[in-house]
Design a binder for this molecule. Structure first.
Ligand SMILES: Cc1cc2nc3c(=O)[nH]c(=O)nc-3n(C[C@H](O)[C@H](O)[C@H](O)COP(=O)(O)O)c2cc1C
Length: 315
């Protein structure tokens, strides 16, 4: 599965991922239930999806039952998601300071009450994504997971880091096996999974029901579909040439400009461009220019230069 990533996994990126992974359950970026209800962001762009963007999970953050339920109802009414995911792992201060995201791991009673109310209220599966715990002194993912299961959650995704680890290296993959033993609902493993070998190792070793990949998909929207095929059929994951990567990157840029308009689209594609070009020697020199592009024409011109130079290196 593709991990939800705010500012990355928008409607345009998801549509690319689906080209290679049409059946995968794909999650939206985190949606603040407070934002939806208090700021009347019912039409916010973050909520957009296309007809073919299914199966889709809408991920909600919140800590107030009434607000969360209202947001869930609005999302279901407007977008008919296949599942709802509750964010109980976000480490960002702005979110935890509002008693949302990973802060709910410090309040398991409240977390369970929110899940239970939502499960009673909606007729689609409710899932939860969380971490190992708040910090290394308060690792409580096993108890927390059991509370989520008892409250009616249908599936759990564990990002095997604590909130205080942020995104630093050092995922505790062994926790996936412990979690799988502790609950009987499906468990999805997340954190630092970078290859088909990693995915296979985690599934075979810890018996999890699936893996979720975040940052390794940046600049590689084909990865989810290809890993899925590899796990099902053993078909090797194909390395993309630089030319193939840049072709997808340009298509991504065009789609983002169509969706957001050229000015915002070009600004939003900049980070993606550097990800697409990542890992090729010689491309680093173009990084700065890619982060400052102002038009689709400029992107195309830089890509042409990169490819001409790479070709010259190759011969
Ligand atoms: C830029 C960025 C934005 C993220 N946004 C969300 C989010 O909206 N909701 C969420 O549950 N997790 C979010 N995450 C966490 C990822 O879903 C995932 O748990 C984390 O990146 C670990 O997986 P990875 O090592 O495969 O990247 C975000 C991560 C990143 C890097």
């Amino acid at each position: 599965m593709l991990a939800p990533m705010a500012g990355v996994t928008d409607i345009v990126f998801r549509s690319l991922v689906r080209r290679w992974a049409p059946d995968s359950l794909i999650c939206t970026e985190m949606i603040s239930s407070n934002g939806m209800i208090y700021s009347r962001q019912r039409k916010a762009r973050i909520l957009d999806h296309t007809e073919s963007d299914h199966p889709i999970a809408y991920q909600l953050a919140g800590h107030r039952e009434d607000i969360l339920l209202e947001a869930a109802h609005q999302v279901i009414e407007d977008h008919a998601p296949d599942t709802l995911d509750l964010n109980m792992g976000c480490p960002v201060k702005k979110i935890t300071g509002n008693f949302e995201g990973c802060a709910l791991m410090k309040e398991p009673d409240l977390a369970a009450a929110l899940i239970s109310s939502l499960v009673k209220e909606v007729d689609i599966p409710v899932t939860v994504k969380f971490r190992l715990g708040w910090d290394h002194n308060s690792i409580n993912f096993l108890d927390f997971a059991k509370r989520c299961e008892d409250a009616g959650a249908s599936m759990l995704t564990l990002h095997a880091r604590t909130r205080s680890q942020g995104y630093q290296p050092g995922c505790k993959w062994e926790a996936f096996g412990e979690l799988k033993q502790a609950v009987s609902i499906p468990v999805i493993a997340n954190g630092d999974i970078r290859s088909a070998e990693d995915a296979k190792y985690i599934i075979d070793t810890y018996g999890v029901d699936g893996v979720m990949i975040g940052r390794h998909c940046q600049g590689q929207p084909w990865i989810i579909g290809e890993l899925d095929q590899h796990l099902k059929t053993g078909k090797p994951v194909q390395e993309r040439t630089l030319k193939e990567r840049l072709n997808v990157a340009f298509e991504h840029a065009q789609a983002l400009c169509d969706y957001r308009g050229n000015q915002i689209g070009v600004r939003e594609i900049r980070k993606h461009l550097t990800w697409y070009a990542q890992g090729f020697s010689g491309v680093r020199a173009y990084r700065n220019r890619l982060t400052q592009v102002n038009s689709l024409e400029e992107i195309q011109a830089i890509f042409d230069e990169i490819l001409t130079e790479q070709y010259a290196i190759a011969i």
